[in-house]
Write a protein that binds this ligand. Structure first.
Ligand code: NAD
Length: 541
């Protein structure tokens, strides 16, 4: 089956444009309701999807609402069975999923295989643990006075969660948030990126193929379709650019619905003089160039202590020069693929050109190459914080490297960013690494590694500053975020006709009640309100 055919179950290949009749002004028959999906490495059209209207989105949300109560009612153990069936389907269809994913991204084969493998791992984690994470909790009362009640916290899912995703990991990005939301008992409406919708449609096909309840649906389209999801769902989980995240936050605030935003980044790597420079160079080359640098947690800035700067830069440049760039089939021949679209090429080229114009040097790469949207893996030096390659998210294969005097300067410069997604510290002293990690303004820091927090679902993944609001995963938080919390109190002791503070107010009784609260909460002699006690004694004489 070809890539095009593989996506055909869910999306139609665009019809060939008709040749215009002679002497008639050629009307460009672009149907705005159809989105063509292209392989960015070759330019070939590999499929097409409809632009779904606001009405269509509202109708899908209404339908999801019908089925969600039953999905919630089967409980986490019932849902586990469906999620594990989906996991089986992901395993059984891995090669096909990688084909579809490659067709719409032009990723190297290994990169394309990462999405299904990651999806399998994450699905198993939340399928198996959701029951524990969603179980009722019985917290200890905060004060002796409250011990007369049994306390219960209940987790009740939002009926419909809207998940909006970008194009950089067309299968993993949806799975990352769809699965925990389904595990929580919510129905999910996914709006994948219009650049790479085919893999998401495959996920929906898998859900239907295993015969699961219709509580997961996909709508295709661009920003307007995403905005309609925001208008109709009960919770929005968004991953994408900071600019779009801001619009989504405003729309959610207007509707008073909760949201979580996973946005852009400008991750720093700090290389200290005591680091294993070979590991640091290979790790940072991978961290900067994996998926052609189109990862929110890509290494986008490198700060190197002066004594090892020259040696590190030589090793990094050699590692980056060794990378093989091109289009893979099913065999793995390349390390770095194309950028997702022409717009990405223009951003990367602008960052390089502006840096060079301001005095930076390109040690390798620096320009687009071949046909399609390939950009050479690039190392830049003599860069500083006035340049766009350091200040703005590049989301491409560039590694700007800055020499720093010492650890303190490295931390100061690493923190000099509006973003705060993640960071890495490279050192021979892990305690020193952890001390620095605690000083960095970032949602995650990996010591002597890149991306490793991403493969640990027990940890939260969230950005600080303009990199996001809220977080995904983090063990139980990963499913509880899709739930409303309900508090239930239930008397333990036999109840009286009236509580001390109920109407009609009676001062002596109130003083006893308020005095008991004060005694339980205050400290030292302030626990006892002596004038009130004396007054009480007088009143009761
Ligand atoms: P984008 O913001 O352009 O689009 C993301 C999604 O939002 C797409 O599905 C798009 O159609 C939709 N959208 C656009 N306008 C909308 C609107 N007004 N209302 C609702 N939806 C709307 O981002 P992109 O270019 O697809 O992705 C690249 C960005 O994603 C980068 O900034 C990258 O850092 C970020 N990203 C972040 C993470 C993370 O976990 N923090 C992960 C991957 C990518």
């Amino acid at each position: 089956m070809t890539n095009t055919e593989s996506a055909a179950g869910a999306a139609k290949k665009a019809p060939a444009p008709k040749a215009p009749a002679k002497k008639v002004a050629p009307a460009v028959a672009v149907d705005p309701a159809v989105i063509e999906v292209r392989n960015p490495g070759t330019g070939e059209v590999v499929g097409s999807v409809p632009t779904e209207t606001a009405d269509a989105v509202a109708a899908k949300v209404r339908e999801l609402r019908l089925y969600q109560p039953e999905w919630e009612a089967i409980g986490p153990d019932g849902r586990k069975e469906w999620l594990l069936k989906l996991q089986d389907w992901l395993v059984d269809n891995t090669e096909h999923l990688a084909d579809v994913l490659q067709s719409e991204t032009s990723k190297p084969r290994v990169d394309a295989l990462i999405d299904p493998a990651f999806s399998v791992d994450l699905t198993g984690y939340y399928a198996r643990r959701a029951a524990k994470f969603l179980a009722d909790e019985h917290p200890s009362p905060h004060s002796p006075l409250a011990r007369v009640k049994k306390l219960t916290t209940v987790y009740k899912p939002y009926p419909v969660v809207g998940v909006i995703t970008p194009w950089n990991f067309p299968l993993a990005m949806p799975v990352i948030d769809v699965i925990p939301a389904l595990a929580a008992g919510a129905a999910v409406l996914l709006k994948p990126s219009e650049v790479t919708p085919l893999s998401a449609l495959e996920l929906a096909r898998g859900w239907a193929e295993i015969g699961a309840p219709p509580v997961f649906a996909v709508v295709t389209g661009a920003g307007a379709t995403g905005a309609a999801v925001v208008e109709n769902a009960d919770y929005i989980q968004f991953t994408g650019s900071t600019a779009t995240g801001r619009k989504i936050a405003a729309a959610c605030v207007e509707r008073l619905i909760p949201y979580s935003l996973e946005l852009g980044g400008k991750d720093p790597a700090i290389v200290l003089a005591d680091a294993d420079l070979d590991r640091a160079a290979h790790g940072i080359a991978f961290g900067g160039m994996f998926n052609a640098g189109q990862v929110c947690i890509s290494v986008e800035r490198v700060y190197v202590e002066a004594p090892v700067y020259d040696a590190f830069v030589a090793k990094l440049t050699a590692a980056v020069k060794d990378l093989r760039q091109g289009i893979d089939g099913r065999e793995s021949k390349h390390d770095v693929g194309a950028l997702a679209n022409e717009n990405q090429v223009l951003i990367v080229q602008r960052h390089v050109d502006e840096a060079v114009a301001a005095g930076a040097k390109v040690l390798t790469g620096g320009k687009r190459t071949g046909v399609g949207t390939f950009f050479e893996p690039t190392v830049l030096v003599d860069v500083d914080h006035t340049m766009s390659c350091i200040g703005e998210e590049t989301f491409g294969p560039t590694l700007p490297v800055v020499k720093v005097a010492d650890e303190a300067e490295a931390v100061r410069l690493a923190n000099d960013s509006v973003y705060g997604l993640s960071a890495s510290v490279w050192t021979g002293d892990k305690d020193r690494g952890e001390r620095i990690a605690r000083q960095l303004n970032a949602g995650a820091v990996n010591i002597n590694d890149v991306f490793s927090n991403l493969f640990n679902f027990a940890l939260p993944m969230g950005g600080w500053g303009q990199s996001g609001v809220g977080a995904r995963w983090g063990g139980a938080s990963g499913v509880r975020k899709y739930c409303r919390q309900k508090a239930i109190t239930r008397p333990i002791l036999p109840t009286q006709q009236k509580e001390l503070i109920w109407f009609p107010y009676q001062m002596p009784k109130l003083l006893v009640a308020l005095g008991a609260m004060r005694a339980a909460g205050a400290r030292g002699l302030r626990r006892v309100d002596i004038p009130a006690l004396l007054k009480l004694k007088g009143d009761t004489k």
